[in-house]
Design a protein around this ligand. Structure first.
Ligand SMILES: Cc1cc2nc3c(=O)[nH]c(=O)nc-3n(C[C@H](O)[C@H](O)[C@H](O)COP(=O)(O)O)c2cc1C
Ligand code: SF4
Length: 446
């Protein structure tokens, strides 16, 4: 599919695409102005609902429906907030950074439209701490928009008031989980909250709050401008619109690409206008559909449409649509050990299943890779994973850690067995890539 309409990346050209001047030259904020004049807040929600837009933060929840969970302001006079999730810490995921870098005003216009629709008086953008450049670009855009009367009191003379604030995270994956993020925004340790209550009933400072991902909200001005019918001409029936796919690992052209949802993963990997294939004539060995938490799939599953239903039917999730590609020179056990180490490090420790489970998964994958795997380790991995997820803990980090372990056993059992039988990793024993398993961070620093 080389001929398709692009819109998400349409303004990301030139060195000044992040400025208000460039954004306005491309018709920026005209949709907000029109909506404030001609549309009721409920009309905006209705347009988003009719478009079928699904959240791009990982779970694919219908955005318009989520907005309707906010209580009726006539019955519930509390303040209302929109929290924008720009934590983007899922390994492999790097699409929101492109939006904040190249088109921050598009994000701000989406936020203002969403706040108008849900009658929120303020929005908080929670940006991962490592994204300094993206933070600065977005903060500068907020200053420009405020000076132009687009943020603050009586926006464009419409009587609509809305503030936008930014907050820097401090490098914790768990602060991307929506309730961990709200705790962190409130100045507390980023420990996820038990649910219910859900954010729409009890969110930031106990007020009704909607949490949306950057890319989700970035879609909103396009939908309000061009309509739900136009939006549904792209993508698939249950996953309409285009998405930003991050493709990394062993590919010729790693990067973030725009494509209609439902584009075949094989095409995204191989086509010249996308990642351009696996380099140096090597073969695909394993791939992730949407960040590390979706788990590794074997090469024979690559011929799948990248939309929520098709990927689910293939046994995994679309997640953040961050494809990570491993070629046949890589050891999947080593890759899995690194992922398990990440979740072990990032578990907040509130739930014993997650705290202990993540630690044990890491330890077992490490010993298998290091040649100290034991008979029964594979069953043990499955049993630990079963004890962690799904739905047994306060948040889904435990699922995010258990799913890759299950996928590893399902798709690469033979490699695990071989490592246990042969006393370690053949690839890494050659010394070509690493003499042993990936060093622990402390070892690496020493
Ligand atoms: C451990 C964990 C980490 C998460 N990290 C992110 C993240 O970095 N960015 C994000 O948008 N959503 C993340 N999510 C999902 C959010 O909790 C939430 O579902 C999402 O921000 C909702 O936005 P959406 O409906 O627009 O997709 C994470 C979830 C979990 C369980
Ligand atoms: S599942 Fe893990 S990360 Fe989530 S609250 Fe429990 S211990 Fe913390």
């Amino acid at each position: 599919m080389s001929n398709f309409e692009t819109y998400l990346t349409s303004r990301m050209t030139g060195d000044d695409s992040h400025t208000l001047a460039a954004y306005k030259k491309n018709g920026g904020y005209a949709t907000l102005e029109r909506a404030l004049k001609e549309m009721q807040p409920a009309d905006v929600t209705e347009a988003v609902k009719a478009s079928g837009l699904r959240g791009r933060g990982g779970a694919g929840f219908p955005t318009g429906l989520k907005w309707t969970f906010m209580p009726d302001p006539a019955k519930d006079p509390r303040k209302r907030y929109l929290a924008i999730n720009a934590d983007e810490s899922e390994p492999g995921t790097c699409k929101d950074r492109v939006i904040m870098d190249e088109d921050p005003h598009g994000l701000l216009e989406g936020i203002l439209l969403a706040c108008y629709a849900m009658k929120c008086e303020a929005s908080y953008i929670y940006v991962r701490g490592e994204y300094r450049h993206q933070y600065d670009r977005t903060a500068a855009a907020i200053v420009e928009a405020r000076e132009a009367g687009l943020i603050g009191k009586n926006i464009l003379g419409s009587g609509f008031d809305c503030e936008i604030h930014m907050h820097k995270g401090a490098g914790a994956y768990i602060c991307g989980e929506e309730t961990g993020m709200m705790e962190s925004l409130e100045g507390k340790r980023g420990h996820p909250r038990p649910k219910p209550p859900f954010p729409a009933g009890f969110g930031l400072w106990g007020q009704p709050t909607t949490v949306n991902n950057v890319e989700t909200i970035f879609n909103v001005p396009f939908i309000v401008d061009k309509g739900a019918e136009w939006y549904r001409t792209m993508g698939s029936e249950s996953s309409p619109g285009n998405f930003l796919v991050g493709i990394s690992g062993n590919v010729n052209k790693p990067g973030v690409y725009e494509a209609p949802l439902g584009t075949n993963a094989k095409e995204l990997l191989e086509a010249d206008h996308f990642a351009g294939g696996v380099p140096e004539g090597r073969k695909l060995k394993a791939w992730f559909t949407g960040g590390s938490s979706t788990g590794m799939m074997s090469a024979d599953t690559i011929d799948v449409a990248m939309d929520h239903d098709s990927v689910k039917a293939a046994g995994t999730m679309l997640g953040t649509a961050a494809m990570i590609i491993l070629d046949d020179s890589q050891c999947v056990v080593r890759a899995m050990q690194i992922i398990a180490r990440f979740y072990d490090h990032e578990s907040c420790g509130q739930c014993s299943q997650c705290r202990e489970g993540c630690q044990w998964l890491h330890q077992i994958f490490k010993r298998i890779e290091d040649g100290q795997g034991r008979d029964g380790d594979i069953d043990l991995l499955t049993s630990i994973g079963n004890g962690m997820a799904p739905g047994k803990t306060i948040c889904a980090l435990a699922d995010a850690a258990a799913i890759p372990a299950h996928m590893m056993v399902k798709h690469f059992r033979a490699e695990l067995e071989e490592h246990i039988r042969d006393g370690g990793c053949k690839i890494n024993k050659t010394g070509k890539y690493a003499p042993q398993s990936a060093p622990e961070p402390a070892e690496a620093q020493a």
